[in-house]
Design a protein around this ligand. Structure first.
Ligand code: KG4
Ligand code: ZN
Length: 342
């Protein structure tokens, strides 16, 4: 006969759901398996090498690569998690925003698995995946201002609760990561540009070049003026300038992101600020945002570095929180390349 203690333990484990998620919104193929808050597997196959020779992501190449990588990653993830697909409780995929032909691969696979195993399907917004990633392993999404900075998006969001989002500001032109990538290209550095610029900036003087901080009076963001300022400055420079230029450019981006995020938090009476997305890997951004939050009496949370760039663990986590709150999608739900948040 089982003791009350072991019965409690068994009923708790019975309630623990296992979600498998696929992320194929752009040039990363990813599969993750999450049991309640425990990450059992997270596999990411980057396609950077395949796209580098074209100077950017080619949608046709991306979707073909997702088709090659996804089944292999599914195998690797289930093997690493020591789980059979028949024991997964729900299948999730990123349904937008992103490249249509890429989104379709992950969503079709997840839908097929959901139908085949008679389990629920969850369509997850990629931006919500990033937004919730600072809470990974946690579960309680407290009201806060979220800064999402990636290669395709720059958003500040007033988060009242899980699923209750109000956009405060967004970029009117380039995303922050896009600005890093474009400036890196101008400087003859590799792709993705963010890590390349950050590495050189470590040795540089961020005050040497006075670059513009655009739209400081607005809640929205603009980075194309900054990119153009670097373009016009470059022909005038001689000698050893690379590290100083990288540091000055990076500081201009960080200044704008930090000032607007603190202003948004104060305006909404938030006491918590989060940052997520690929650009939040940047140590200067994380450090300076944290310092400013502490100075202003705000709490600060960032996604762990491995969760900042595109991955399926953040999609599995968003799906898990939604599943636990009773949400499932219809398998007939289509992908949406322009899917909005909120
Ligand atoms: O979130 P992510 O992987 O993909 C999108 O959803 O777009 O973000 C990729 C972006 C790229 O633009 C890349 O240059 C930028 O994140 N990034 C960085 C750093 N690491 C990645 N930007 C600045 N500093 C970094 N260390
Ligand atoms: Zn992303």
């Amino acid at each position: 006969m089982s003791s009350p203690k072991s019965r409690t333990r068994r009923s708790a484990s019975l309630q623990m759901k296992t979600v498998l998620a696929l992320e194929t919104s752009c040039d990363e193929t990813a599969v993750a398996i999450l049991r309640h808050r425990e990450l059992l597997a997270s596999e990411v196959a980057s396609q950077i090498a395949e796209h580098e020779k074209y100077g950017g992501v080619v949608p046709e190449v991306a979707s073909r690569n997702h088709l090659v990588h996804a089944p292999r990653l599914l195998d690797r993830a289930t093997h690493a998690a020591k789980i059979d697909l028949s024991n997964i409780d729900a299948f999730a995929a990123t349904s937008g925003p992103g490249l249509a032909s890429s989104l379709m691969i992950g969503a079709s696979l997840a839908k097929g698995l959901a139908i085949g195993f008679g389990r629920p399907y969850l369509a997850i917004n990629h931006l919500e995946g990033h937004l919730l990633s600072p809470f990974f392993g946690d579960g309680e999404v407290k009201p806060h201002v979220a800064l999402i900075v990636s290669g395709g998006h720059t958003l500040s969001v007033w988060v009242r609760a899980l699923g209750d989002y109000q956009i405060i500001g967004r970029t009117v032109d380039d995303a922050a990561g896009e600005a890093f990538d474009k400036v890196a290209k101008m400087l003859g550095l590799g792709y993705p540009g963010g890590p390349e610029i950050e590495r050189r900036a470590r040795e540089g003087d961020p005050k040497r070049f006075n670059l513009p901080r655009s739209m400081l009076d607005s809640a929205n963001f603009s980075f194309s003026g900054l990119k153009t300022a670097v373009l016009y400055l470059l022909p005038k420079l001689q000698g050893d300038y690379l590290a100083d230029l990288c540091a000055s450019f990076q500081q201009a981006v960080v200044d704008v992101l930090v000032r607007k995020t603190i202003a948004a938090a104060q305006e909404h009476g938030a006491d918590l600020v989060t940052v997520s997305g690929g650009v939040s890997c940047n140590q200067e951004l994380r450090g300076q945002l944290q310092e400013s939050c502490e100075r202003e009496g705000l709490r600060f949370k960032s996604a762990e570095s491995w969760l900042c760039t595109d991955n399926a663990a953040m999609i599995a986590f968003a799906a898990m929180l939604k599943l636990e709150s009773g949400f499932v999608s219809n398998v007939a739900e289509e992908i949406d390349p322009n899917l909005a948040l909120g």
